[in-house]
Design a protein around this ligand. Structure first.
Ligand code: PHE
Length: 355
């Protein structure tokens, strides 16, 4: 863990071991240049605490660029609750309450919301001790699950990417493979079907698989076969790191555009996609819809329709990034980084001159 922290360009990491449930809790604060560190809380069982910390750090960095990309006054942070393999669901309520209390003790250095593995009801439990929480259920004063809004932004991004690649706004008959049918993948599938796409899906959870098969009658792709499956658009909506030296050579798609965070294993993988002439929608740009929705409606006074309009704008942001990348002969990954990192740098410089 020493080398991990030493080699990170973020601001700080905070950790605590929750003895009662055997959970390692990590908060990674990547940058507060644009505002208070804000990001989801992920709950997952990792092979080692180091893996959990590493994930929190990478996700926190993604949040910095996500906020910079949408020009919201927020900084990049993320929390990971690394539950043990034998975590019992009955421990959940206690863990969430203690975690909320810890956040309060940290004097709101980090504000949070739902992420992979956590839901609106978890946010309500965290809120018992701490009110810097987004995405609580409606009857707790929150705006609920942001998943459908993340999906709306991803849909807008897929449409813009298809327009760019196929020169047509019409998505009828395009084949789209959605990896992961959770809180983002599922509503995304509905939007794609409404637009007339041919949708296939994959997931690891047998209950979810059966449900989507029965409810929507979609064809299922085995998890091992996902990367080599021919399709127009591959939409990763599950965990990160899935675009790497092993999977990229297998891809048989024209576009990668999905809702998962940290899709690239390393920054060289953005270049690898570019070399293969696969159009890649940078994750923190295309998946910002949920973050836009929660923060704008819960803390910036926007109504839902204004938030929706802003989320649909994600498609235009992507078009600008693609155009910039082409003009300068760089990958979309590099073009997005230039945009987001440029804004963070500008804020840091401004802070220095003000001091
Ligand atoms: N966890 C989601 C994301 O990665 C949404 C979210 C963002 C929730 C910020 C709360 C705060 O974008």
């Amino acid at each position: 863990m020493e080398t991990l922290i030493q080699s990170w360009d973020g601001e700080s990491v905070i950790s605590r071991f929750d003895r009662e449930s055997g959970t390692w809790m990590f908060i990674a604060i990547h940058s507060t240049a644009l505002g208070v560190a804000t990001g989801g809380t992920r709950l997952k069982s990792y092979p080692t605490p180091r893996d959990a910390l590493f994930d929190a750090m990478r996700l926190a960095e993604g949040m910095t660029y996500k906020w910079a990309g949408v020009e919201f006054p927020r900084g990049g942070g993320k929390a990971v609750l690394n539950i043990s393999e034998v975590f019992d669901p009955s421990q959940r309520e206690g863990l969430m309450s203690r975690y909320g209390q810890w956040l309060a003790d940290l004097h709101a250095i980090f504000e949070t919301g739902p992420d992979l593995g956590t839901t609106s009801s978890d946010m309500a439990l965290i809120r018992r001790g701490f009110n810097g929480v987004f995405g609580c259920p409606l009857d707790f004063g929150g705006m609920g699950d942001p998943g459908p809004y993340t999906a709306l932004g991803v849909f807008s991004g897929i449409r813009a990417s298809c327009e760019r690649r196929f020169n047509s706004l019409d998505m009828i008959g395009l084949s789209i493979l959605v990896q992961g049918v959770g809180s983002v993948g599922k509503p995304l599938i509905h939007l794609l079907l409404e637009a007339g796409c041919e949708v296939k899906f994959s997931d690891l959870d047998s209950a979810r698989i059966d449900k989507v098969r029965q409810e929507l009658g979609l064809s299922f792709v085995e998890p091992e076969a996902v990367y080599g499956e021919p399709c127009d658009v591959f939409a990763p909506c599950a965990t990160g790191g899935i675009l790497n030296a092993k999977t990229i050579p297998q891809l048989k798609c024209s576009i990668v555009a999905g809702g998962a965070n940290n899709q690239l294993e390393g920054s060289q993988d953005g270049e690898a996609l570019h070399q293969r002439d696969i159009l890649y929608a940078p994750d923190y740009i295309i998946n910002a819809g949920g973050a836009i929705f929660l923060v704008s409606t819960e803390s910036m006074g926007w109504d839902i329709s204004k938030a929706r309009d802003r989320i649909v704008e994600i498609g235009n942001t992507l078009k600008d990034i693609y155009a910039h990348a082409e003009k300068h002969g760089i990958s979309s990954t590099e073009a997005a980084e230039e945009l987001a990192k440029g804004r963070v740098k500008h804020a840091v410089l401004k802070k220095h001159t003000e001091n």
